[in-house]
Design a protein around this ligand. Sequence first.
Ligand SMILES: Cc1cc2nc3c(=O)[nH]c(=O)nc-3n(C[C@H](O)[C@H](O)[C@H](O)COP(=O)(O)O)c2cc1C
Length: 364
Amino acid sequence: MLYVIKMGWDEGGDTGRVDAVLAGALAGVEYREISDLEAFVRFFPDPAEEKPAERRPVLFVVNLARGGISVGYARFIAYISQHPHCLENCVGSVVVDGAEELFTKKAGREMIFMANRSGCGFPGAPLVEATGSLYNFNLRAKLQGIANLRAYENAVKKLVEALLAFQGAPAPADGRHRIALFHASNRKTSNTLLLWSMVRDAIGDAAILREVSLRNGSVVDCRGCSYEACLHFGEKGECFYGGTLVKEGYPAIRESDTLVFCCPNYNDAVSANIMAFFNRMTALFRSDFREFAKKRVFALVVSGYSGGDIVAEQVIDALNCNKHFILPPHFALMETANDPGSILACEGIEQRAGDMARRIVEIG
Ligand SMILES: Cc1cc2nc3c(=O)[nH]c(=O)nc-3n(C[C@H](O)[C@H](O)[C@H](O)COP(=O)(O)O)c2cc1C
């Protein structure tokens, strides 16, 4: 049974387009529609003990009125955010239909972030956005030789099919995950690397670990090659620029089923080396995207002051939405610590690092 959560239908805006797209995508699907918060609370209560044993697929649909602010959507988000276990054992996908050209990505990645924080996992590529003009479907429409509206309909239909088919990450053959940890930090001073060492100690030998420093050598951002050139390099396991990202980063992605990223907050974003790696994964993604969709991604985010949520959303956007990695429930551990070493003084940090370690080694 699919749960379809409709948010923002009560704002007086036009819902005709998204209603028609949903009707097409849900034809023949057994589903329960929920459009008021009271019903949502009944089906998705907190605390976690009440969670049903069976994994529940949930399609979150946001109708975003002009201006990008929806009070109806905000009511749902407030409940989800304040009940950090209400979506345990759920897997989700998101549709955002906007009245204008802006705000759909912002709402989509926020929806994923909030639901994930409350226990919902997401398969790769879990977001379909429709901007007011449907301009964002230009390329897909051209490739399929159809109108933009048809491309939108097809995308939502495929999204629902993929959600219903999603079984989670495949179990590792020998019972232990192969984990690659990526960082670009200085071991002597980095709080984020200290946080990783706590998580790593808690993992112990329950997984096979490999650490990759993206600081070695000079890291160059994506050159923006043509699609053909990028695919050509990717098929050879390369990228136009070589270096650490290709020599160490690519094999680590290929040979691991789980990726963990150390993400210190630099100007409310992941640091430049980490971002360059995200961008330059594109060559590998072009040839290996089916493999990417079987791997899980986690993030350790440390901010000196604030903004960890923005950094975590950036990781969701780049790696789950764009690069199709699986987002397991509670994928990010977000902490605040500024002075070198001060993360060790955060209250309850060992418990949270241990919980993160358990989520990372968990199978199924
Ligand atoms: C270039 C730079 C930019 C930073 N920008 C922010 C920021 O925008 N917001 C914030 O909360 N902390 C910011 N910080 C502080 C780091 O997030 C903080 O030092 C934290 O402990 C994580 O970094 P670390 O793993 O290198 O120790 C910045 C630090 C640096 C070096």
